[in-house]
Design a protein around this ligand. Structure first.
Ligand code: AMP
Ligand code: GLY
Length: 425
């Protein structure tokens, strides 16, 4: 089978590495891929936001199955277009991807289907939003409605910061069209958890819970990022909490997807806040998380193709997730300047030494091959992933691999997994 993975991040490298190991995959294309996927697949250039170009590439290369990594092509309708062209694809159609493409839509969905989430209000007019905040007399989380590459959320500390965020989004249009509508949300406290389910339109399979680290700095300080590291499983998801996630969040969500007629086939990544054992939904994403995918793929046992193909073809009945590695943890190495303006083109050393450590995989996130040399080309550059039986030992091995790697200005957190580790970080 000829398979094409769309995207260029660590998530896509981790998925591609799993697909490369599938006995059913004869040819693997990454579009556009990165310096890591170049070693295991054929990288072919494409603009991931250009739906027609993706379909054209899949046709020219006689691709049998497309796995879509990022949200932008899903929201732009790439799965609708591939389906029309007769090419099976993993990921929801445009209608289902709206759960990520519009925060107002996803909050209305949660309200309609009784999914626990924070109180909210939606605004398009600056004056109306301002007076709502002033009258409430408290701080709100301010969210751009549309896609903003993980940067469209401002967790304000007080009324003044809330008003300032509104001015930036609705007034100055800092986030362009994505911020032309905003969701004001009550701030939730607790621990965040990333909970993925894979759906085939009717059925769903829960994957293992994971925990991301959104802030740039140790101790969960500093600006929000796309994610600086992850691990699985997080201890905050006890068996009892997982039961609540399934019965209070997943069940009503899946029922809602079906009754709204969305025929959702793909990954639904539910961002949760767990406070005193109670889950509430922060957001839906309609694709695999990054870097959560790196740890989920590292733990997954066996062939990944039946999961992805089963979802796309509407029959997951034959698939049962098996988690071969008890624990996985990954540390993201980010470029200087990240999450702001970054420097690119920096040579990376130590890749072979790091990858040679047992149980370690280095997923490339923002790299490219330039004249045989791997260099940085994005904000999140590498995602160093280790697996094993016990979190402290796994973290030690991940950091041992990190110590072997270098590029100028490399930034990373030293405390990934801190909620789970016994040993001080
Ligand atoms: P989102 O894209 O909606 O998940 O927001 C990005 C990040 O902002 C989340 O991962 C949280 O860290 C934070 N955040 C979002 N909504 C809330 C909320 N209601 N309360 C507290 N933190 C939030
Ligand atoms: N790690 C968070 C995300 O993929 O959105």
């Amino acid at each position: 089978m000829r398979v094409m993975v769309v995207g260029s991040g660590g998530r896509e490298h981790a998925l591609a590495a799993r697909l490369r190991a599938s006995p059913q995959v004869s040819d693997l294309i990454c579009a556009p891929g990165n310096g890591g996927t170049a070693r295991i697949a054929r990288n072919l250039p494409v603009n991931v936001e250009d739906v027609n170009a993706i379909v054209q590439l899949a046709r020219t290369e006689l691709v049998d199955f497309v796995v879509v990594g990022p949200e932008a092509p899903l929201v732009a309708g790439v799965v609708d277009a591939l389906t029309e062209a007769g090419i099976p694809a993993f990921g929801p159609k445009r209608a289902g991807a709206q759960l990520e493409g519009s925060k107002a839509y996803s909050k209305e969905f949660m309200r309609r289907h009784g999914v626990p989430t924070a109180e909210f209000a939606v605004f398009e007019e600056l004056a109306a939003a301002r007076s709502f905040v002033e009258q409430s007399g408290r701080a709100w989380v301010v969210k751009a409605d549309g896609l903003a590459a993980g940067k469209g959320v401002i967790v304000a500390e007080d009324v003044a910061e809330t008003l300032d965020a509104l001015e930036r989004m609705l007034g100055q249009r800092e986030f362009g069209q994505a911020g032309a509508r905003v969701v004001l949300e009550q701030r939730l406290r607790g621990q965040e958890v990333s909970y993925h389910i894979v759906l085939d339109g009717q059925r769903y399979l829960p994957l293992a819970a994971a925990q991301d680290h959104k802030r740039l700095g140790d101790g969960d300080r500093g600006p929000n990022t796309g994610g600086m590291g992850a691990y699985s499983p997080p201890p905050v998801v006890t068996p009892e909490v997982e039961q609540r996630i399934l019965s209070q969040v997943v069940e009503p969500t899946v029922k809602g997807l079906i009754s709204d007629g969305l025929d959702f086939r793909g990954t639904l990544f539910i961002g949760l806040m767990i406070e005193d054992g109670q889950p509430r939904v922060l957001e839906y994403n309609t694709r695999f998380g990054d870097p959560e995918t790196e740890v989920l793929m590292a733990r997954w046992g066996g062939d990944i193709l039946p999961l992805l193909l089963g979802a796309a073809s509407g029959d997951l009945s034959q698939v049962t997730p098996r988690w071969d590695a008890a624990v996985a943890l990954c540390v993201v190495l980010a470029a200087p300047g990240y999450p702001g303006n970054i420097r690119k083109g920096l040579p990376i050393t130590g890749l072979d030494v790091a990858a040679g450590i047992p149980g370690v995989m280095v997923a490339h996130a923002g790299t490219q091959l330039q004249d045989g040399v791997v260099q940085t080309s994005g904000g999140r550059v590498l995602c160093v992933t280790a697996t094993g039986d016990q979190i402290d030992e796994v973290a030690d091995r991940a950091y041992q691999a990190v110590a072997a790697l270098h590029f100028d200005g490399m930034q990373y957190r030293r405390d990934i997994g801190h909620h789970a580790r016994r040993a001080p970080c």
